[in-house]
Every structure is written in structure tokens, then in C-alpha cells.
Design a protein around this ligand. Structure first.
Ligand code: PHE
Length: 447
């Protein structure tokens, strides 16, 4: 049998998983969700969801991937042959594809902002002007779609150049640079007048604001940001070699991902209160506040250029993982060449991207259940498919996988210590599935 590809080094592998987790979810989606759902109240619930649920599902996915050495659907076929469990895998592949569609649109926006900063055009006289400029770009037909196309092509070529050369190398260099820039931006944002109000909004929880919608959004955001619930980490873990310490890797990924989301909040919310805009702006939030911060900095266009390049790269390492989930599935389950599988994914993903992009312009009045296509895909994937996928992954591992097999894989056949193993089993068997089910049922009951 042909040997499967593996990641080269431990650092490269952690970085690839971090690269998948850290992306627009942290810097664009997190502040937008936190702003719409009460700031501090959202943050508290979010952190709870990350630690109790997200982390547990990530460990579970790492187990599934490395134990089966297979893609998202294949993992269930290997570990539970001839059963219905593979449906979890199909849910994951579909979710990856749908997320790809709207994610590529926002990734495209970052390219526009790179271009505008390079041209020195990212200036405006007032915050209203920034809002208008962004709105008119967003609702244009061709320009955003052109960027989606460019982004999809870049993704396509990285995925084709394979696991080691493409994914690992890109992640290893870019992630640390992004981190440094974020710290610099935090410092700048904290020096703005009125910054303290923003910090209060973000860190001071108003518990009366915690509703079932807030809890569901925080749960969805936690899964989205960690790239769990849909098999992305299953696919990546199938490239782990047998000496990797799975629990430690999961701790690193979860910690870095959460840290970066919080840094993004510390950058955005002080700026929001300082410029007097509403924190519940929605998807535009980051694209309006950040250019404003840059404009007030010396060499603003240069900073802006560097920042959006890094944001685009963070988006790239995430979208690659979405692409890889579907590509690995087609390549392995249908025995097609990697090139053919990747081409199918890129072409159909681009088509979906066009539709999502148009939903800000000509299709903005076309609504399903009261939402545009973009918002609907975002909601269905993050708030339903990922949490439910995560719940069934927990049930599968908690109730159907032999605990000896689970323990052997997570401790590398007993050579590592995993002191909290029984806590993990308790969480995955009872706590995680029950909480997720309650949150989803509660929210549906309110509809
Ligand atoms: N976690 C990525 C982000 O935060 C998005 C993503 C979701 C990637 C699901 C893969 C799978 O941007």
C-alpha cells in the first residue's frame, strides 16, 4: 500500500492545525458575533464552550483521524464499518463545502483591502465615508467576484502542491508574524481616546444579556473558530505521525486560537467606542473599524497593507483546510487523482462563492427564512451543522469506541501520560452531548 503523506515536523504540524483554526473566524467573525450578542456576556459563554466542548471535540477528532489514517468519511468507515456513523462524515464534508463558499467571499474582501492600501487609497474623511465605500464595493458585481476567483486559484495551487510543501510551509512562517502584528495593533488601539469604554463592553459581562441565542451563537462560534465539528481536524490528524502527543497538540491549538480571538476583540472594541460606531454592525465591522485605526497611525497605509496581507494568509491557511477536507474525501473515497478532486472542489466552490458574493448586491433581496444566502450559509453551518456534528462525534466516541483503543491512541500506546483521561471520557460521554443537545433544542423551541 502507498504510504500516506505525513507532516514533517512537530512544529509544522501544530502550525498547520493552528493555521486551520486561526483565520477570519477569529479576526472577522468573532468580534462581529461578540458585538451583536452583548460583548462580555458572549465572551464568558464563548470561553466556557471552548474549554468544555470545543477542546473535547478536537481531541476526539484527532483520535479519529490518527487512528483511522483516513479522511472525514473514511474515518467512520474504518472505525465502524457498515454502519450509519459515516453520516457524520458526510455532514462534515458538506459543511466544509458550504463554509468554503462564504469564506472565500470574505477572503476576497481582504484582497481588495490589500490592493487599496498598496494604492494608498484607504482613506476617508469620516467614518460614514468608510461605511459607504465598503458598502459600494461589497454590492458591486464584478470586483468582489474577481477577488473570490483569485483567492480560489491561490488555494487551489497550494492544495495541489500537497501536504508538506504547501500547507505546512505556508503555516509555519506566517502564523508567528501575524501574532506580532496583532500585538502592535492592540497597543495602538488601547491608546485611542475612549478605549476604556470598549474594554468594558468586551470584558464586563452583563449576565442579564445571556439568552439562548447568545449561547447558541457562542457555541457555534467556538466550533467554527476551532475548525471542529466537521472533520477538518480528522483530516489533518490523519497526516499526524504516531509519535505526536495528541493532548498537548490540542491544548496548543485551542490556547493560541482563543488568544488570537481575544486579541482581535481588544483591537476592535476600543476602536468601536472611540470612533462612535455601533458594535453590532455585522459583517462589515472589521472592514470599517480597522481602516479607521490605520488612518490615524503614522504610515497608516503601510500598516494596513501588512495587516491585510497577514489576514489574507490566515484566511488562506484556513480555507486550505476546508478545501482539503473535500479534496481528501473525493480523492480517497472515489479513487480519483488529487488533481481532479481538487479541480472539482475549486470549480464548485467558486460557483458557490459567486452566489454568496452577489447576496450583498443584486441578490440581496432574495431571502430564505428572512436571511440572505450568505447569512443563511453562515448560520446553518456554524450554528447547526458544526454543533450537531460535534455532538454526534462525542456520542460515537463516548458510547461506541472501545475505551482501551481510545486510551492507547491518545497516550501513544501508554508511552505518554494523560492524567485527565477519565475526566475526558466523562465529558465526552455525558456532558458535551447533553449540553449541545439542550442548546440546540432550546433554540429551536424558541423559533
Ligand atoms: N477556523 C477557521 C477560522 O477561524 C474557519 C474554519 C472553520 C476552518 C471550519 C475550517 C473548518 O477562520
Amino acid at each position: 500500500m502507498k504510504q500516506r503523506a505525513t507532516f514533517n515536523s512537530k512544529l509544522g504540524l501544530v502550525m498547520a492545525a493552528v493555521g486551520s483554526a486561526v483565520g477570519l473566524g477569529n479576526i472577522w467573525r468573532f468580534p462581529c458575533e461578540a458585538g451583536e450578542h452583548g460583548g462580555g456576556a458572549f465572551l464568558i459563554v464563548y470561553i466556557f464552550c471552548v474549554i468544555i466542548l470545543g477542546f473535547v471535540v478536537m481531541l476526539a477528532e484527532f483520535f479519529l483521524g490518527r487512528a483511522s489514517q483516513s479522511n472525514t468519511v473514511g474515518a467512520f468507515k474504518v472505525l465502524a464499518p457498515n454502519t450509519m456513523w459515516k453520516i457524520i462524515g458526510y455532514n462534515g464534508v458538506l459543511a466544509a463545502f458550504l463554509i468554503f463558499g462564504f469564506y472565500s467571499v470574505v477572503s476576497g474582501w481582504t484582497l481588495e483591502y490589500i490592493y487599496q492600501s498598496a494604492a494608498g487609497n484607504l482613506n476617508a474623511n469620516s467614518i460614514e465615508e468608510f461605511v459607504i465605500n465598503f458598502g459600494s464595493f461589497q454590492s458591486d458585481i464584478f470586483r468582489p467576484i474577481l477577488w473570490v476567483l483569485i483567492f480560489t486559484l491561490i488555494t487551489h495551487f497550494v492544495v495541489l502542491s500537497g501536504v508538506k510543501k504547501g500547507i505546512e510551509r505556508a503555516s509555519k512562517i506566517m502564523m508567528p508574524v501575524l501574532f506580532v502584528i496583532l500585538i502592535a495593533l492592540c497597543i495602538r488601539s488601547l491608546m485611542l481616546p475612549n478605549a476604556i469604554e470598549g474594554l468594558k463592553f468586551f470584558f464586563n459581562p452583563d449576565f442579564s444579556k445571556i439568552t439562548s441565542t447568545v449561547v447558541l451563537s457562542a457555541l457555534g462560534q467556538a466550533f467554527f473558530s476551532l475548525s471542529v465539528g466537521m472533520g477538518c481536524m480528522i483530516t489533518y490528524a490523519s497526516y499526524f505521525n504516531k509519535s505526536i502527543n495528541i493532548p498537548n497538540t490540542a491544548v496548543s491549538v485551542v490556547t493560541l486560537d482563543t488568544l488570537i480571538a481575544i486579541l482581535a476583540g481588544v483591537i476592535i472594541f476600543p476602536a468601536v467606542t472611540s470612533f462612535g460606531i455601533s458594535p453590532s454592525q455585522g459583517p462589515q465591522l472589521v472592514f470599517i473599524t480597522l481602516p479607521n485605526i490605520f488612518q490615524q497611525m503614522p504610515l497608516g497605509n503601510l500598516w494596513s497593507f501588512i495587516f491585510f496581507v497577514l489576514l489574507a494568509i490566515a484566511a488562506l491557511t484556513s480555507i486550505i483546510s476546508l478545501h482539503e477536507v473535500v479534496t481528501a474525501y473525493l480523492h480517497e473515497q472515489y479513487k480519483m487523482s488529487r488533481r481532479k478532486a481538487a479541480t472539482i472542489v475549486s470549480a464548485s466552490g467558486f460557483t458557490l462563492g459567486i452566489i454568496c458574493s452577489l447576496s450583498f448586491g443584486v441578490l440581496s433581496r432574495f431571502k430564505i427564512f428572512g436571511s440572505t444566502i450568505f447569512d443563511l450559509l453562515d448560520f446553518i453551518t456554524a450554528n447547526l451543522m458544526l454543533p450537531l456534528g460535534g455532538m454526534f462525534i462525542c456520542i460515537f466516541i463516548g458510547w461506541f469506541v472501545d475505551k482501551q483503543v481510545l486510551k492507547a491512541e491518545l497516550t501513544n500506546n501508554g508511552t505518554l501520560k494523560f492524567k485527565l483521561f477519565s475526566v475526558f471520557v466523562f465529558l465526552i460521554k455525558y456532558v458535551a452531548p447533553i449540553i449541545i443537545a439542550l442548546v440546540c433544542v432550546n433554540e429551536l423551541g424558541l423559533f
